[in-house]
Structures are given as structure tokens and as C-alpha cells.
Design a protein around this ligand. Structure first.
Ligand code: BES
Ligand code: ZN
Ligand code: ZN
Length: 490
């Protein structure tokens, strides 16, 4: 693993040329844009230019396969970046110059490809090192990798990609930090430290006592059973100049551990619930990326943080609680806790921060994992233009979403006999939609709002083309691109 990766100038010396080449070009060099650059690849007959395949090293440089020409897109290039960084490290390379001369020309947006490639490099170069102990067998991270390219667009994309990967890796590190260390107050301290280092970014924290006084019955009740008391973290990115009057709020579920409470999870279902804070940690990463890029739009990040435990102080099924906006909720299941902390955060955000649009992001339901797996996140948005912005951000970032329904009938399904709402309808059906329907009661009708359920995407059990098993930082790029979308067209 490299200690760091940076974009250098294209004039840096002592760097290895890295020619990207598609399978077809290797087979039929006549089609190559730059035949001389291909000669080296033909000296290596075993090299087929499959995605992420490296040729042997020659005096001219190395060839890196990007697979079939038709399939070259940002997803493919991201995965090539993620895989090749480990090989570059093994070869002990300190600098590489990406050569696009062998790629089918001008068919692609070079900035987008540069960004995806560098995202891959940064993602592939990460591992969890915080808990390496006396018996660790991980080789120490060393050296710096400098990447460059003659194309200004590709270089510009790489700079953005490395910055985004760094933000994702903050999210992944926090996600992987275990619940005995990452408590609600640890989340608050981390957010404060992040804000301290960035001009224009500030952080405030609503403490447990303050939340009680403010009437945040959701946050209070979910968190009160733990010795690690809950809190709500508010990050505020106020750029020196704004290019739009829009104010975006990002609200992330931050349950530092979800035992299920008295509606307790089975031991198999509980393992991995340190990842129940991943929505909030993605908001943290997105706020870092947005402020690092100095995006000229006001953005709030809101993290309701709590630990869902059992104790004589814990809330129980049948409790009726009163929320920040004075809606009363009958708790039918203490394991449907995420929507309770989010509900207070959403109501507070609407009333006090007055954003012009809100996204909430949460590991909300196991049901969304059953429905969509780890392939994409489920999203709900009944506002056409805002829904299109979410879809555009998903396309731009490569973090895929699939829209689910949220109708009046679903909202009605959450009504209770003895209180206003149920946190979960005991008639077990449409769980992911129930979560969204419940939350909708806490958002002002005139504010465009979207809900994203990342229970299936924010951490993965087995590795894929881009990520090893573990946290993925899912949502950082989508939320960054959502904010960036407002400043592109204004
Ligand atoms: N944190 C879980 C959802 C979850 C499940 C996330 C699996 C990641 C992987 C959430 O708080 C929960 O327990 N949801 C319940 C809701 C039900 C009790 C209404 C669920 O999905 O079963
Ligand atoms: Zn739960
Ligand atoms: Zn949960």
C-alpha cells in the first residue's frame, strides 16, 4: 500500500509510461491510434489486454488492459484503477504517466475517465490500519505514487477522483471503527475535527440533555438505554461565495450499534451492525468532499447519532413517544430505530435549517437488501425535478439507485390507534416502503425530499470489482455530485 497518491505535472521525469489498451487494439494494431506505442505490447504475446491486466515491463513502459473497447466506461475504468494500484505497488513504481494514445479516440469524456481511474486508485489503496496490533502481518504502507497524463482533462479528472476517494476512505475508516470506540460522542469529535481543518465548514452538536429539552423523543428514546448517550451533529458548509440560492441538507442515520434493543436481533443478524452508522458516515465524507472542492452552494450535514441497546433505561415495544414536531409514535418494534432518530433530524432540519431540498441516507431496512441486493440502493422521491437530480447524480457518480413507490396508501399504513403513527406496522409487508412512508410525516410538504436506503450497498460481505469485503463509502460520491449538479447549471 502506498502512503499517498498525488497527481503530478506531465513533465515529471523518472516516470513509467502506462499505456491503456483495449483488447481489440491488441488483436489488430492497425486500428490503434498510435502504432509505435503498441509495439511493446506485441513483444508480450501472453498479454491480452483484459481489464486490469498488466503487460511485462519494457523500456517504453507498461501496457494496461482495459478490456473490450465497447465496454470502456467509468465503471470499468474505476475497477481497473482499483486493481492496478496494488500491482503498481508490487512493482515498486513511484510514478506513472497514463498514455491514452492507444484508446479509441474522442469517444469518451476524458475528465470523467480520469476521475473514475483515480477514484479506483484511491479506493484500491485503502485498508483499515487503525487496529493493527503486535501480531499484525500487514506490510507497512510506504512511499508516494505520482500519477500524471498529457491530457489536461484527464489530469483534472484525476485530481477530483483522488479527492473523492480520500473522502470515501474517511467514511470507510469511520464505518469500520468498532462500536466500543466509535460511540455517538466519537462521531461528534470526528466531525468537529473535520470542521476545524476547513475554512467555511463549522460544526455544532446538540447534546443528549439539549435534545431532551428540545423534545426530540426519537433520538432520546433510541439512545437512552446506552451508557454512550446520543447526540445530533450539525455540519454547515458556508462557501465564501455561493452560485445558487439553493440550500441542500444531507441527513444520515448514525446508529453506532444496533442490537435491535428489546426487539433484539439474532446473533447472526447483529454481527456487522457497526455499519448501521454508514449513512451518517457517508454524509461526513460528502461534507469533506464538498468543502475540499469548495463547491459554491450552502450544504448542511445532519447526523443523529445513537446506540440502540438494552438496559433498564431502554425504550420498549408499546412505549408511546413524542417527537420534535409533536407527532406521537407508538413503538411496535425497537429494531425500527433508524426512522425514529431520522424523523427528529428531518423535522429539526426543516424547522431550523430551512433547506430548499433534503436527502436522507440510511441503512434502514433488511428488506431493501432482499429486494435489490448490493447492486444498487433503493430511493424514494415523489418530487419529479428533485428525483431527476438524484438520478443524474447517480449516473454521474456511478452509485446506482432504483426508485421505489411512496403513495398516500403507504403513508396511511403507518397510522396508529393509540398514537398518531406506528414506527413499524406489525402486518409485515413492504418494510422498506414503510420506513420511507414513516419518514415522510416528518418533512415539510413544500421541501423536495428524497430518501435513500443503503442497507445493501454501504458494506459488502464479499469483494467485487472495485471493493474488498467491508465498507464501501457508498453515498459520498452521489451526494457530492448532487450538490455539484446545482452549481453546474445555475
Ligand atoms: N439497521 C437495520 C437494517 C439493516 C439490516 C441494515 C441489515 C443493514 C443490514 C434496521 O434498524 C432494522 O433493524 N430494520 C428492521 C425493520 C423492521 C423491524 C421494521 C428490518 O429491516 O428488519
Ligand atoms: Zn434496527
Ligand atoms: Zn438500524
Amino acid at each position: 500500500m502506498y502512503k499517498s497518491i498525488a497527481v503530478g505535472s506531465s513533465k515529471s521525469s523518472k516516470i513509467m509510461n502506462l499505456f491503456l489498451v483495449a483488447e481489440e487494439t491488441k488483436k489488430a494494431p492497425d486500428h490503434a491510434g498510435n502504432d509505435t506505442a503498441l509495439i511493446g505490447a506485441f513483444k508480450d504475446p501472453g498479454f491480452k489486454a483484459e481489464a486490469s491486466e498488466l503487460s511485462s515491463v519494457t523500456d517504453a513502459g507498461i501496457w494496461l488492459g482495459v478490456g473490450d473497447a465497447k465496454g470502456i466506461d467509468e465503471d470499468r475504468i474505476r475497477s481497473v484503477g482499483s486493481r492496478v494500484v496494488k500491482q503498481l505497488n508490487r512493482l515498486e513504481l513511484k510514478g506513472v504517466k497514463i498514455d491514452l494514445g492507444c484508446l479509441p479516440r474522442k469517444t469518451r469524456d476524458e475528465e470523467a475517465l480520469g476521475r473514475a481511474f483515480a477514484e479506483g486508485l484511491g479506493i484500491g489503496n485503502w485498508r483499515m490500519d487503525l487496529f493493527n496490533g503486535a501480531a499484525s502481518r500487514k506490510p507497512e504502507a510506504r512511499g508516494k505514487l505520482t500519477v500524471t497524463c498529457d491530457s489536461t482533462d484527464f489530469r483534472k479528472g484525476m485530481t477530483a477522483g483522488l479527492m473523492l476517494a480520500e473522502a470515501m476512505n474517511l467514511t470507510r475508516r469511520m464505518a469500520a471503527t468498532p462500536p466500543n470506540v466509535c460511540t455517538p460522542s466519537h462521531v461528534a469529535t470526528t466531525a468537529r475535527m473535520l470542521a476545524r481543518g476547513v475554512e467555511g465548514l463549522s460544526c455544532s452538536v446538540i447534546t443528549y440533555q439539549q435534545a431532551r429539552r428540545l423534545g426530540m423523543g426519537g433520538l432520546e428514546n433510541v439512545g437512552k438505554g446506552s451508557a454512550n448517550k446520543p447526540c445530533m451533529v450539525i455540519l454547515d458548509w458556508k462557501p465564501p461565495k455561493t452560485q445558487t440560492r439553493e440550500k441542500l441538507a444531507l441527513v444520515g442515520k448514525s446508529i453506532t450499534y444496533d442490537t435491535g434493543g428489546y426487539s433484539m436481533k439474532s446473533s447472526a443478524g447483529m454481527k456487522g451492525m457497526k455499519y448501521d452508522k454508514n449513512g451518517g458516515m457517508a454524509v461526513l465524507g460528502a461534507m469533506k468532499a464538498i468543502s475540499d472542492a469548495k463547491l459554491p452552494i450552502r450544504v448542511f450535514g445532519v447526523l443523529p447519532a445513537a446506540e440502540n441497546m438494552v438496559s433498564s433505561d431502554a425504550y420498549r415495544p408499546d412505549d408511546i413517544i413524542s417527537m420534535y414536531n409533536d407527532i406521537t409514535v407508538e413503538v411496535t418494534n425497537t429494531d425500527a430505530e433508524g426512522r425514529l432518530v431520522l424523523a427528529d433530524a428531518l423535522a429539526y432540519t426543516c424547522r431550523k435549517l430551512k433547506p430548499t431540498a433534503i436527502i436522507d441516507i440510511a441503512t434502514l431496512t433488511g428488506g431493501v437488501v432482499v429486494a435489490l441486493g448490493h447492486f444498487c440502493a433503493g430511493y424514494w422521491c415523489e418530487n419529479g425535478p428533485f428525483g431527476r437530480r438524484i438520478e443524474q447524480a447517480a449516473t454521474d457518480s456511478g452509485e446506482k439507485v432504483w426508485r421505489m413507490p411512496l403513495w398516500e396508501a403507504h403513508r396511511e399504513f403507518m397510522r396508529a390507534e393509540h398514537a398518531d403513527l406506528l414506527n413499524s406496522n406489525p402486518k409485515r409487508s413492504a418494510h422498506p416502503i414503510q420506513g420511507a412512508a414513516f419518514l415522510s410525516h416528518f418533512v415539510d410538504e413544500d421541501i423536495p425530499w428524497g430518501h435513500i436506503d443503503i442497507a445493501g450497498t454501504s458494506a459488502i460481505d464479499s469483494g467485487n470489482d472495485v471493493f474488498p469485503p467491508g465498507p464501501t463509502g457508498w453515498g459520498v460520491r452521489l451526494m457530492f455530485d448532487l450538490a455539484a449538479g446545482y452549481v453546474k447549471d445555475d
